[in-house]
Design a protein around this ligand. Structure first.
Ligand code: AMP
Length: 281
């Protein structure tokens, strides 16, 4: 595995790989890697000749400066995990390498960035589009892998790829969970031991709500999820919305879409967790 921190060196190396007709897969991350990330890396390795993983805690996507400051950073463990997974290149640039000048670009992807995460984390998706577009330009991958844990992010990346004409195939990968159901997240290590015990209630409640959905209205299911979680003193629901998978428009009636997805953000103590679940296929 080769560790690279300069865009120029990365482009040079990947140009040589392309001369040999190698296909290039890419997994962007912010590090503090866990098995969820590694599932994307393994899929990337299985579907491409070369796997590139980036590790960069992107300041422009953090609307909460304390979240940026406390975001876990574990470079040594990350490199060990990526080496044993079989990753070929790790791109871990400095902030100055990615942003030699402030990025003043303002993207407009319309409705999909105005709801849920977009409404509660102002500027977040603009920062995501800034960094992912820069990374796509540096790596120029054939395929890029994103986790459905960040459900709305995938819709935003697809819109960005269309708007900027990136020749990249965006691949959505399923959520990996801890044995107790909690969606794996780099932020889970910030949960206190007591809150770590409470956090699986989020996934459990979502799963139960799917079992109830066949004879309940969307409104009833929404209230059930919000009330069950808010009844637990360690949890505070920021939003729970059942939306159409592609348009992210709110679903008010199950018949309205073939693919409703319930998306949630919950504070567990001071740690903000997100998760989502599909109601039908
Ligand atoms: P992050 O480092 O949190 O920005 O995540 C990097 C990529 O890994 C994103 O595409 C995430 O959606 C994905 N990811 C994070 N957690 C999980 C998980 N539990 N299962 C699957 N993918 C994940």
């Amino acid at each position: 595995m080769k560790l690279i921190s300069s865009i120029k060196e990365l482009k040079n190396d990947l140009a040589l790989e392309r001369l040999e007709n190698k296909s290039i897969g890419f997994v962007p991350t912010m590090g503090a890697l866990h098995e969820g990330h590694i599932s994307l890396v393994k899929r990337c390795i299985s579907e491409n000749d070369i796997c590139v993983v980036s590790i960069f805690v992107n300041p422009t996507q953090f609307n909460d400066k304390n979240d940026l400051k406390t975001y876990p950073r574990t470079p040594g463990k990350d490199y060990a995990l990526l080496t044993s997974a079989g990753c070929r290149y790790v791109f871990a640039p400095s902030e100055n390498e990615m942003y030699p000048e402030p990025d003043t670009r303002n993207f407009d992807f319309g409705y999909i960035t105005q709801v849920m995460e977009g409404a509660h984390r102002p500027g977040h998706f603009n920062g995501v589009a800034q960094i992912v577009s820069k990374l796509f330009e540096a790596v120029n991958p054939d395929k890029a892998y994103f986790g459905e844990k960040d459900f709305q992010q995938i819709a935003v990346i697809r819109a960005m790829v269309k708007q900027l004409n990136f020749p990249v195939n965006v691949i959505a990968c399923p959520i990996l969970r801890e044995p107790d159901g909690l969606a794996m997240s780099s932020r889970n290590v910030r949960l206190t031991p007591v809150n770590r015990q409470k956090a699986p209630l989020i996934a459990r409640t979502l799963k139960e709500s799917v079992n109830f959905a066949s004879n309940k209205s969307v409104k009833e299911i929404t209230n059930y999820v919000i009330n069950t979680l808010n009844d637990e003193p360690s949890l505070r629901v920021e939003y729970f919305e059942i939306v159409d998978k592609d348009t992210l428009e709110p679903v008010t009636n199950w018949a309205q879409t073939t693919h409703p997805v319930g998306c949630i953000a919950v504070y567990c103590g001071d740690v903000r967790l997100i998760d989502n679940i599909t109601y039908k296929n």
